[in-house]
Design a protein around this ligand. Structure first.
Ligand code: F0G
Length: 364
């Protein structure tokens, strides 16, 4: 992604703390498009970044900047992915990292990444919103360099999701770009990227943004329905732990992004998120629960008549399927009642006959 360096952090390319990241695939899968109700659906898979989420694009820039300003330690609050990414990039740069996560509410893959990469990982008795408040106070009082998306350098990096996608589309702008929305850093970054692409003349029309939350954590969707007259805060509760956020920090910049793109904000049920995820997973693509909200949101908007079935739509899949193994296990082994697309493991005796019995039930 550092090929966009001049638009991201001018003059820093040679000193970048980078894996590298970006250059993620833009793919089409017929079964997913059919389920969503939009034949021309494409998926930009940000789970294919080094630590398995789009956060790496912001973190390479944020940690590069931390080194430039001589930071002695870096910190973030996280629902998991930001922490995993910070832990990795801090290790690459040789700077100690502090990661604050809500105890019991972080997917296993993410928590273990943070530990593996060597970040001091604090399990805070509270939710993500408590973690963010705490880390902001701590960074001010203790002089730790804050790397949440309230840090503008993070946003600069995340702009490249959109720039790279447009490049892959030969700058032929899609009608809609759909993304899951939690703390709203990414929504803000998408808006900024599109605004800059427009003013540079790289594109001549704006795609519409569709920001998708879970019904259980939908303060931004609530505000959108009231034309952003009120900034809502909620106590968040969704299976999609990545976006389990009740008081999004980048609210104001995200409002601007939605307004400037004639965008839409909606929310979908956890059931719909898990169904979308099962379709995406079974197509061989795979993503974590929060990521599937983008596709579930598109389906909802098509059914509501807001997205036309012949629209060109890009959904951003924000995180890798292996981030959240517990939710996969719960879904596929679930019994009461078994979820619609559950693929239960089958225990057998070690005989060819037992294998043959199973083979008779296979579908193509
Ligand atoms: N998808 C995934 C997989 C995420 O991890 C996040 C945010 C989002 C979507 C939403 O993006 O916050 O910019 O609106 N994860 C943050 C974290 C909060 O700590 O990892 P957003």
């Amino acid at each position: 992604m550092w090929r966009f360096g001049p638009l991201v952090l001018p003059g820093a390319v040679d000193a970048a703390v980078t894996w590298p990241e970006g250059n993620t695939p833009l793919i089409a899968r017929r079964r997913i498009a059919e389920w969503a109700g939009v034949p021309a659906l494409q998926l930009k898979h940000e789970g294919m970044n080094p630590t398995g989420s789009f956060k790496d694009r912001g973190m390479t820039v944020g940690v590069t900047q931390a080194v430039r300003v001589g930071a002695t330690a870096v910190a973030c609050a996280s629902t998991g992915n930001t922490g995993a990414s910070l832990a990795a990039y801090a290790a690459l740069a040789g700077i100690p990292a502090l990661v604050l996560v809500p105890v019991g509410k972080v997917a296993l893959g993410k928590l273990t990444q943070s530990l593996a990469y060597g970040a001091r990982t604090l399990l805070v008795r509270g939710d993500f919103d408590d973690c963010l408040r705490l880390v902001r106070e701590a960074s001010e009082e203790l002089g730790v360099y804050l790397l949440n998306s309230v840090n503008p350098f993070r946003i600069e990096g995340q702009k490249t999701i959109v720039l790279e996608m447009l490049d892959q589309l030969q700058w032929d702008v899609p009608d809609w770009i759909a993304l899951p929305a939690g703390n709203l850093g990414n929504t803000a970054a998408f808006g900024k990227a599109l605004r800059e692409a427009c003013s540079l003349g790289l594109i001549t029309k704006m795609p519409r943004l569709l920001a998708v939350q879970s019904d259980g954590a939908a303060p931004f969707a609530m505000s959108y329905r009231e034309n952003f007259r009120v900034r809502h805060r909620v106590r968040a509760n969704t299976i999609a732990t990545a976006i389990n956020i009740g008081a999004p920090a980048s609210y104001q910049r995200a409002v601007q992004a939605i307004r400037e793109t004639n965008g839409v904000v909606t929310s979908v049920s956890d059931g719909n998120i898990m169904e979308a995820k099962a379709i995406i997973d079974a197509a061989g693509v795979g993503c974590e629960p929060a990521s599937a909200a983008s596709v579930a949101g598109v389906r909802q908007m098509v059914l509501a008549g807001i997205i036309a079935p012949d629209a060109r739509v890009v959904c951003v899949l924000t995180g890798h399927v292996l981030k959240d193994p517990e939710s996969l296990d719960r879904y596929h082994r679930g019994t009461e009642p078994p979820p619609a697309h559950a693929n239960r493991p089958i225990e057998i005796d070690a005989t060819v006959r037992a294998v043959a019995d199973v083979m008779r039930t296979l579908r193509t």
